[in-house]
Design a protein. Structure first.
Length: 501
């Protein structure tokens, strides 16, 4: 046993805290708490050096806080020089596009160059003045042949149709915006379904319709916008919108160009007047870009709602389903080259369009805005033609001629399933299964088995699923679903055999 530890005299627990226990305390009667004792201040030696004057020195300029890795802002002189270089480069690129287009037109000669006829001139919009060759501020007419005879680049007999009937109707009050109109015959566009006859509700469902189907093709408005940016929100302006509709066997294309940002309220009011008669609209990615921007501008300027999007046909989604696996990209330019077989030979890049518009606002150079107008017109016309190609593929599949590309046939089969057209869905499933590869067969095998079950072909559905399972294809989840379907089909087949016996 260890002996007790010896303690020095006078160093117990009470002795340790005695120094603090002897301090006096003050009592605050108002707050009912104890305050520390008032200790005497430490008397320091007097200063040997005089105290500096208490003056706060400020810098002439405060430093700018930047993110890590951000490039320093160039000086003002250098920034001006860069902007001048950018504008000159923009003019050089657009001039090259215009010269290339003019050279191509001159090589084609005078064949097919139609003159404006009386049939191509329609009543002017409200408030428009008589069109004149010397209209002040009109970018289309001041640009000469570049705007008066737009080179569309559409193959075949569509080029003369685009050059025919192009006029400008401008506002009388300081011309804050322009209205450009073209009329194109439906036959010149090569349309077979869209714009002809009545509207089939199931057909427009395949075109991506959301909402109540229109009664006529004349009730659908095709639109495309050109904006000052892609970010959206209240700071992005819609300065050009192309609107097209069918009327008397022709496609009427009107382009509204905002020539003065300060006149946006009147510009949007005219747009609202033209959009109001239509309940359905068709666009390309308009659900995510064009219509939200238009809705924002209507709210910002008129405090009103956009009503044309009650029934909306967004052709981007059916185009992706039909052609993404085949061509990769489903942009309008790619589909023009691959589906319509009509590539653009001279076109302004979309990234240069906002810069071209801002340069046009500063300098009023009509040669800058003319390629932008032609780009927008091509977008709207291609939108109509792509809608016709999708509708044509749907009608051929209904007749038993599924697309040659298996992923496109599979996409149409799923669309027919949604609309309840089981016979057309079965034909597309069958074509996609026998022409596709194993990954595609795994995607559609269960749906194809259900289609076979509805038709009473249980033995064929069983053989298909058992073959895929025997090959060891598919993920564990897919194999579990396929085995459950095999058991269901086996029970149903045995019950059918028992009734027959």
């Amino acid at each position: 046993m260890r002996s007790a530890r010896p303690r020095p005299r006078g160093r117990g627990a009470l002795t340790t805290h005695r120094a603090t226990d002897d301090l006096s305390f003050r009592h605050d009667a108002r707050w009912r708490r104890l305050l520390g004792a008032a200790l005497p201040l430490d008397r320091r030696a007097p200063r040997t050096r005089p105290r500096a004057p208490r003056v706060l020195r400020l810098r002439n300029g405060l430093p700018v806080l930047r993110r890590s890795g951000a490039r320093p802002r160039p000086r003002r002189a250098r920034r001006r020089r860069r902007s001048a270089l950018a504008v000159s480069d923009l003019r050089r690129q657009i001039a090259a596009i215009v010269e290339k287009d003019r050279a191509r037109t001159s090589r084609q000669g005078e064949a097919g160059r139609g003159e404006p006829t009386e049939a191509s001139v329609t009543p002017r919009p409200p408030g428009a003045t008589e069109p004149s060759r010397a209209a002040e501020g009109s970018p289309a007419e001041a640009a000469g042949d570049t705007a008066a005879e737009p080179q569309s680049g559409i193959a075949g007999s569509t080029q003369p149709a685009l050059r025919r009937g192009f006029r400008s109707a401008s506002r009388a009050d300081a011309k804050p915006f322009e209205v450009l109109e073209r009329r194109i015959d439906v036959g010149d566009l090569g349309l077979e379904v869209v714009g002809r006859g009545v509207v089939d509700p199931l057909l427009v469902a395949h075109l991506g319709l959301r909402g109540e189907p229109p009664a006529r093709w004349q009730d659908i408005l095709f639109l495309d916008t050109e904006t000052t940016g892609l970010s959206g929100g209240t700071g992005t302006y819609v300065f050009l919108i192309g609107l097209a509709h069918f009327e008397d066997g022709e496609l009427v294309l009107r382009q509204h160009l905002l020539s003065d940002i300060g006149a946006e309220r009147a510009f949007v009011a005219v747009l609202g007047t033209e959009l109001e008669p239509y309940r359905a609209c068709a666009s390309y990615n308009g659900k995510s870009f064009d219509l939200p921007l238009l809705r924002t501008r209507f709210v910002m300027t008129l405090r009103s709602e956009l009503t044309v999007d009650e029934s909306h046909l967004d052709l981007l989604h059916p185009a992706r389903r039909l052609w993404r696996d085949r061509f990769g990209s489903t942009s309008l330019k790619q589909l023009e080259d691959s589906v319509l077989d009509d590539a653009r030979t001279a076109d302004i890049p979309g990234a240069l369009i906002p810069d071209a518009y801002f340069y046009y606002l500063r300098n009023r150079d009509p040669a800058i805005i003319a390629p932008v107008l032609e780009h927008n017109a091509r977008d709207v016309i291609s939108l109509v033609r792509i809608a016709d190609r999708v509708a044509r593929a749907v009608l051929l599949a209904r007749a038993g001629r599924a697309p040659d590309h298996p992923p496109a046939a599979f996409a149409l089969a799923r669309g027919f399933e949604r609309t309840g057209e089981t016979d057309a869905a079965f034909a597309c499933y069958e074509s996609a299964y026998y022409d596709g590869d194993n990954p595609l067969r795994l995607k559609l095998a269960l749906a194809f088995a259900r289609a076979l079950e509805r038709r009473g072909d249980l033995a064929r559905a069983l053989r298909m699923l058992e073959t895929l399972l025997a090959l060891g294809l598919g993920s564990p989840r897919w194999r579990e679903q396929a085995e459950a379907r095999v058991r269901r089909l086996s029970r149903k087949r045995w019950r059918t055999l028992d009734r027959a016996s």
